[in-house]
Design a protein around this ligand. Sequence first.
Ligand code: ADP
Ligand code: MG
Length: 698
Amino acid sequence: MSSLDRLFHPGAVAVIGASRDRRSIGGAILHNLLTFEFQGQVFPVNPRAAVVHSMKCYPTVEDIPDPVDLAVIAVPKPHVLAALESCGRKGVGAAVIITAGFKETGDAGQALEREVVRISKHYGIRLVGPNCMGIINMDPAVRLQASFSANEPVAGNVAFSSQSGALGEAILALLLERGLGLSMFVSLGNKADVSGNDLLEYWETDPRTRVILMYLESLGNPQRFLEICQRVSKRKPIIAVKSGRTAAGARAAASHTGSLAGADNAVESLFAQSGVIRATSIEELFVYASAFASQPIPRGTRVAIITNSGGPAILATDACIELGLQIPTLSAETQQRIRAVVAPEASVTNPVDMIATATAPQYEVAMRAAAEDPAIDAIITIFTSLEMIDGPSVAHGIVRGAAGCDKPVLVCFMGNVRSREAIDLMRDAGLAVYTFPEDAARALAAMVRYGRWLERPAGIRPQFADVDRPGIAEVVAAVRAGGRTQLTLVEAQELFALAGLPVLPWQEARTREEARAAAATLGFPLVAKISSSVIVHKSDVGGVRVGLESADQAAQAFDEMMASARARDPRATLVLQQQATEGTEVILGATRDSKFGPLLMFGLGGIFVEVMKDVVFRVHPLSDRDAHDMIRAVKSFPLLDGARGRPKADLAALEAVILRLDALMAACPDIAELDINPLFAGRTGTPTAAADARVTLL
Ligand code: ADP
Ligand code: MG
């Protein structure tokens, strides 16, 4: 039993604000409930009418003699609170508030919405909205059409939640047009109570839902979204369109990480970590949904293309290759089977081009041959309708050829000759039908990615018991005591050490004698750099000197560098640091988003981050698997992995550092952002260690 059962499976529904006027919202909802043949009781509520829609109408919900599970509230705003109170006293279990004018309108509306939440909490009413279009449950035992949508919904296996009412309506219409049936629909509105996260959990176990679609504008609780999606997406594909930007970009950034962590990275990362399939547009949402709702997940990337015209097959091939799919030559046996039935001019390697005269039986044989070929994982069948060939008959051939196939079959039906009839026929038979070959390729590629997600181990989130929280708090307190938010290099490196992050061996020097002594203990070559909370871009002002080879040179560097540094910052000191003689410079960073929490960044250093902006983000908390994927997700990854004769970096050590950094961000909520630029990623057996650190507190 879920607390949402009375919402989606009500035995009785009251429509508060039911109106005689069908064009009013209350009137439309009542009409929809009745004409869609809701399987329970319906009670109109309206103090100004005795009869609505030939039904006895009640002045308040409390006047209804029978129990009521769900109330749909469509009264003017000033009456919403009273209506909800009345529902509470009546023992109504769930409410959908259609009425607008709440949080979305400013302070007064926000206060009103808080009241709505208070009342529903007090009475234990689960609430959808306010400011929404309603809900639909297509379960034949329920048949609940409690929305004012003008679309006539068709039953199917797609659950859909929309944060925008109007767009929800448009998407419903498009779903129907594309032959996609619904299991449930929820217009979330302001999400005062029931959230997208709640729906994900509800749909996780809903036997009628195979695919979950979401239109999102904001994520109320990103961490919970991550937890839930990680679990649910292993059972059902979640396809989401997310619009709008995050707050991360709003703060003026002191670090590379901060300036790159704008816009959309948090959402992108969250989706990547939780297996959510991101559609970049509503159009793409449909491209994906058509395939996921009807086709099995492919076991691999090998695609057979079967066509009656060359052009679309070339487009399909190009798109597949670009998306990382393969078009392998078919086996000799498969080629023979096809060769036996097609025209002599046909090509049977792959794409299989059966030329314009291709008939239904030829499609059938070619598709079955591909379906039975163990070296093929998916089929894209293309038909360009021609006057002389009967489209619906070919469609029958395609359906027969796909019968019993346990691989995804995506059909492209181009041209106009009786195509509507043919397309309906194939959709009814459970095939995914597109117009454009590129769409079929995109859908297939998304399915392949999802298949990989299903196989991806969940990973573990390591606990770092040795992170010295009190020590870290002391460093932070000292910085704060100085009225600063910017740490010096010395403070930052101390902080790292307390978190167990590896730093190249270093020592601080306040005098030239200390510099000399430090040099003698550290060994050579050495790097000298300024430590100051004022000078943050050290090399811009001559604050870094590499290649020191003796204690004398260290002492000289001290004299020369400190003279100009102390003019800027009297507290400046010098850090002497062992020089890394090999390894690849990478950048690690972290920033704290007000909504998403810590965001971790990884990329290769230098031009890769500064010019190419080739970086990848992940949201806290990271699993070892996230760290693993993160490193491999940058385009320049081959440079770490031994490309072009480069040393192969110790990737496990790098992953460990990323996880430590994540732990530091959790252990020290004061940190706003930080850069480790560079961290030297050495090959196995050599150190992986930070050479620079920039840390800013909130
Ligand atoms: P900043 O970023 O403030 O200019 P860094 O400490 O990052 O100062 O030094 C600038 C550059 O000098 C680094 O990007 C790196 O290329 C090089 N460098 C700094 N420290 C070391 C070191 N210990 N070993 C080798 N190279 C270093
Ligand atoms: Mg640097």
